[in-house]
Ligand binder design. Structure first.
Ligand code: DGL
Length: 266
């Protein structure tokens, strides 16, 4: 494996771009190949077997393009398919759940933490288990917010309908005394403004993007695979019509041009 090889990052759609952004910020010299599995989004309402099948297809595609590490920038896939992905390819694999749980365990003062995520992530109990392992005695409130991913994929990041959905979903959490809330889906950082508005300024919002970027950097450093020079480039693939993804990706990353390439799975 060469230090010049790209880092692979994938998600069901645009959510993982929040992780990509943190990776570029931290390691601007690195090339990145991003895959948005837009033919199959959302992952969060599907079974473990289906999410694993989709994740393996994407992971194998990225491994075949020679990535030196793979970041599973999707909580659903990290919760349900991380081990299968790590076994299937010969590349180091990182997920997003542990870094997020560790950041929340360190941030909470009163030991009462909320987690919002997709139905599959919440049902897996992966965050609650990771939090308890890191901080025994922590109290956890878990909540699925299934409409958030379609709203983000629609580009309605600050739309009144999104605020309405957030008010509805988060009403119960607001009545608790959680002081920390994990945004347990990589799409949700795009709704930070809306979630903050509903939860108020005293609840700390945790997303794992920075922690994952840090972990990726130290992994590459340990393996002596950090690229030290040059300016990294990003390449984007999607499994369905690139137009919508490309428009949202440009908006999210502040780019003036660029289009994702289509790679459809059979
Ligand atoms: N962004 C993903 C996650 O972190 C996937 C959401 C979905 O496709 O349902 O869970």
């Amino acid at each position: 494996m060469k230090a010049n090889a790209p880092i692979g990052i994938f998600d069901s759609g645009i959510g993982g771009l929040t992780v990509l952004k943190a990776v570029i910020r931290r390691m601007p010299e690195e090339d990145v190949i991003y895959f948005g599995d837009t033919a199959h989004v959302p992952y969060g309402s599907k079974s473990g077997a289906t999410v694993t099948r989709y994740s393996l297809e994407v992971a194998r595609f990225l491994a075949a393009r020679g990535v030196k590490a793979l970041v599973v920038a999707c909580n659903t896939s990290s919760a349900l398919a991380l081990d299968a992905v790590a076994r299937a390819i010969d590349v180091p694999v990182l997920g997003v759940i542990l870094p997020g749980a560790n950041a929340a365990a360190a941030a909470t003062r009163n030991g009462h933490v909320g987690i919002i995520g997709t139905e599959a992530t919440i049902a897996s109990g992966a965050y609650a288990a990771a939090l308890r392992a890191r901080r025994p005695g922590v109290r956890v409130e878990s909540l699925a917010c299934p409409l958030f991913v379609p709203l983000v994929e629609e580009g309605w990041w600050g739309h009144p309908a999104t605020l309405l959905a957030a008010r509805h979903y988060l009403a119960g959490l607001r009545r608790t005394d959680i002081d920390t809330l994990i945004l347990g889906c990589t799409h949700y950082p795009l709704l930070k403004g809306v979630v903050r508005r509903v939860m108020g300024p005293s609840v700390r919002l945790i997303d794992s993007a920075d922690a994952v970027a840090r972990e990726t950097e130290s992994l590459l450093e340990n393996l002596e695979l950090r690229r030290r020079q040059g300016r990294g480039r990003q390449k984007f693939f999607v499994s369905d019509d690139p137009k919508r993804f490309s428009r949202l990706a440009r908006r999210l990353l502040g780019l003036r041009s660029g289009t994702a390439e289509l790679h459809a799975f059979d």
